[in-house]
Design a protein around this ligand. Structure first.
Ligand SMILES: Nc1ncnc2c1ncn2[C@@H]1O[C@H](COP(=O)(O)OP(=O)(O)OP(=O)(O)O)[C@@H](O)[C@H]1O
Ligand SMILES: [Mg+2]
Length: 254
């Protein structure tokens, strides 16, 4: 357990890896004995070379992949052994921005963001309200009828953020969210993430982006060939944020 993190000492861990190893079928150990904790309300970066295991680690949190050994706890629930029927409950609390976007190009911007709410069975009025709030948050309200293909790279990335936050999750995972963007767009995206952090959302963001990592106030966890190479001292970020349930419920929305 990461005793240097005051929020963790208070027992408010949101994500906890305990001796996690992951091997894809026929392959090698992509993650080896990975242990770390992220406190509730903490924002941290995950970095490392291409193939180091960043995307795999994020997929384990969302139970898209399962570990071979060890446990992954999300909000004190061991997601490594979750039955498939319980996955929707986990994912409802989790926003994910995938490295390969996963946007649907046969639907417009509004419908892309509405999809997670449709799956959860929201009625049309409530879901429309939430979709517009999410699009407003990322500055895309005026583009709701556009096809994602007509958006710039930065706008597509912001669309992915809107889709990830429309459920108002308390955890946001972002896989290389600024990968293909120039510095100005990357800063905009980081400002959006910081605004979620300020209202108590827990964020883990994988990035190669040196400009993002330079002088950051947030913890940087570095993976090298599947092992944690270093983890900078975490800011006690949970203490600087509001973590009331009310803040969480609006945090990813407005
Ligand atoms: N579904 C899979 N099946 C088999 N091997 C995989 C699979 N997904 C990833 N790998 C392998 O696992 C290793 C880690 O991949 P991962 O995508 O987690 O790395 P990464 O750190 O996210 O890399 P990048 O910076 O390029 O996105 C790589 O060697 C990759 O080839
Ligand atoms: Mg990756």
């Amino acid at each position: 357990m990461d005793r240097s993190n005051p929020a963790v000492q208070r027992g408010r861990s949101m994500i906890a890896f305990n001796q996690v190893s992951k091997r894809y079928p026929g392959g090698f150990d992509v993650l080896k004995n990975v242990s770390f904790e992220l406190a509730k309300g903490e924002m941290a970066f995950l970095t490392g070379h291409s193939g180091a295991g960043k995307s795999t680690l994020l997929k384990l949190i969302a139970a898209i992949e399962r570990p071979n050994t060890g446990s992954v706890l999300v909000n004190n629930q061991n997601v490594s052994v979750l039955k498939s029927g319980a996955l929707p409950y986990l994912r409802r609390n989790l926003g994910i921005i995938f490295q390969d976007h996963k946007l649907l190009f046969d639907r417009n911007v509004f419908d892309n963001v509405q999809l997670p709410l449709q799956i959860c069975g929201f009625d049309h009025k409530e879901s429309s309200k939430r979709v517009r709030a999410a699009l407003d948050k990322v500055g895309l309200l005026g583009r709701e009828r556009a096809n994602p293909i007509a958006l710039s790279g930065g706008e597509q990335q912001r669309l992915c953020i809107a889709r990830a936050i429309v459920n108002r999750p308390s955890i946001l995972l972002a896989d290389e969210p600024t990968g293909s963007l120039d510095a100005e767009y990357a800063e905009e995206i980081m400002a959006i993430f910081k605004s979620f952090h300020q209202v108590g959302v827990t964020l883990l963001i994988s990035t190669h982006d040196a400009s993002v990592l330079r002088n950051t106030q947030f913890r940087v966890i570095e993976l090298k060939q599947g092992e944690i190479q270093s983890s900078s001292a975490p800011a006690d970020s949970a203490q600087t944020t509001s973590t009331s349930p009310a803040a969480l419920s609006t945090g990813a929305q407005a």
